[in-house]
Design a protein around this ligand. Sequence first.
Ligand code: GAR
Length: 208
Amino acid sequence: MKNIVVLVSGGGTNLQALIDAEKRGEIKGGKITCVISSKEGAYALERAAQNGIKGIVLPRKDYADSHEYSKAMLETLQAENADIIVYAGFMTILDEQVCRAYPYKMVNVHPALIPSFCGKGYYGLKVHEEALARGVKVTGATVHFVTEVCDGGPIILQKAVEIQNGDTPEILQRRVMEQAEWKILPKAVSLLCEDKIRIENGVAYAEE
Ligand code: GAR
């Protein structure tokens, strides 16, 4: 069984989707062993506690810069014997120290169809505001490997979601979560735990 460590910063609905999938036996070959939050008081920590999962707070604000924070995160991940690391609404960028220590072992869920509406500055509700402002008719979510390039690692799974007349960023965010994120994140994590993802020339291929 691989140790899955989930990184969070907020409400943790994606963490909840992972916990629920694990309970249904849908995370094959892995177990959520620890949740690390970059923010004190994140509701995601409550969800971890309610499910008997160890929670650790590593506040981003306690560290001078990304390098120092990444160093502390790497030490924590190693102490927790992390095999697979999942960014589930984790709003902090970790530098190459962490990415290089876990090549193709870290995944992120992004609330858009990469390469649209992604990269530095595109996170949370902002992504949906931009999609609506641009007037796209289809958006969605992406699960991809985390590399040194923000939202730039190989894409594992994507799912499209239609935009409807009258959508607000909040309504769209919820639909993208329900129809896409909460489905593809547990699936991608399970595939990774089962070693069913291969990389060729920088492209990820998932065996269904
Ligand atoms: C999710 O929509 C996730 O895709 C997004 O933040 C939300 C977190 O919700 N992540 C990013 O924008 C990362 N770039 P959650 O805490 O309820 O899972």
